[in-house]
Design a protein around this ligand. Sequence first.
Ligand SMILES: [Zn+2]
Length: 459
Amino acid sequence: MKKSCCLALCLAFFTTSFLSAQSPNDTVFLRRLSQEILRHGKAYDWLRELTKGIGGRLAGSANFTRAVAWGEEKMKEAGAEKVWLQACLMPHWDRGGKDQASIVRVDGKKTTIELDVLALGNSLGTEKPVQAEVLAVADYAELEAKKDQVKGKIVYYNYGFDPGQLDPRKSYGLSGAYRRSGASRAAKYGAVGIMIRTLTESVANNPHTGGMSYVDSLPKIPAIAIGPRDADQVWEMSRNSSLVVKMHTHGKFLPDAPGHNVIGEWVGTEHPDQFITIGGHLDSWDVNEGAHDDGAGVVHTLEILRALKALGYKPKHSIRFVLFANEENGLRGGNKYAEEAKAKNEKHIFALESDEGGFAPQGFGFTAKPDQMAKIQTWLPYLSPFGTDVLEKTGGGADIGPLNRLLGTTLAGFVPDPHKYFDHHHARSDVFENVNKRELLLGAVNMAALIYLVDQYGL
Ligand SMILES: [Zn+2]
């Protein structure tokens, strides 16, 4: 009893000593910051320009190059003191045509049931269509149990989101294993192609693409995602009947293409040699406008710069605003940024990424030390008026991950409401119309507030 009392007192002291170290002006400034973004924010207009004016912008495509030029211009418009392009070579995967698949035989009888499909990103197509009997499995355990039946077949993985899972990001993590590695897992036993259930709980029949990779020593077989309703049909029919599917995809790799991270810098007044990074990725898949993924992260980044500038803020630390190249199918931009920071011996104290969509804010996830986490928790009262409820102990982002691995940088990932994100993620429906202006701007408010607190009080 005594011990826990003492602990409570210590905690109370710890908490108030952090809070009392903060000026009451913080509340006033954060309110002004939120008003600046909500009343005068440009993020939504910029998102429309990026999605409707340029559209899908896969690494290596002409649209990606256009997006880099656009990003450079917007970075200047938002008020960056110094803007530059950081070159990196990117993989250049091209879909090469319309992806097709149909059920052509059921129990030996000819039929044609078209399936709505998309080749998985980085998968290789074939000269001629691949036609084979389907081996449908629920998961990898069933694949292993039936490995003697795989040779010469097209393997279909039915592994979907678990509707009982409270956080759909966890479902995505689990089912993502089939998209990323399903082809080589099946090729190892002689499969000639794979199909996966699209990674979503949506009942729209949209297939979702997304990155995969092959094990180099195994045959590189074609790989597609099937729209959810068509996936239901394949799974149900395969339970009682033998199915033959014909699939034809055309994916190929062209030589690596030159690409760029767009970087805007604002030099700090007290610690110019200590960096805070904010970023999102400029590339997207080819089948949509990349509005939530990750146009939202791009315009969040630009908006935070614009709003802080508009209020005449003077950062203590140097802040970098980064639009990363090639997150979706190579991560070359994120790697390049961290490698160059390490080569130049830069001190990166904090990085914040937005790559989970433009939905209403819920909070942030951190990769931070326990004492930093304790300090961050004391900021919750400043953030909660704007919608932040949760400051999780895990989180970050793909593009800023290398900063943590190479330099030990503390990371945060912006966490918006995750419940609708996977309806659109990597699907044709990830378009401007599915982003809400108010939700998008509120995301920028919360991110800007966190950046302000880190800049003022450090970690
Ligand atoms: Zn993304």
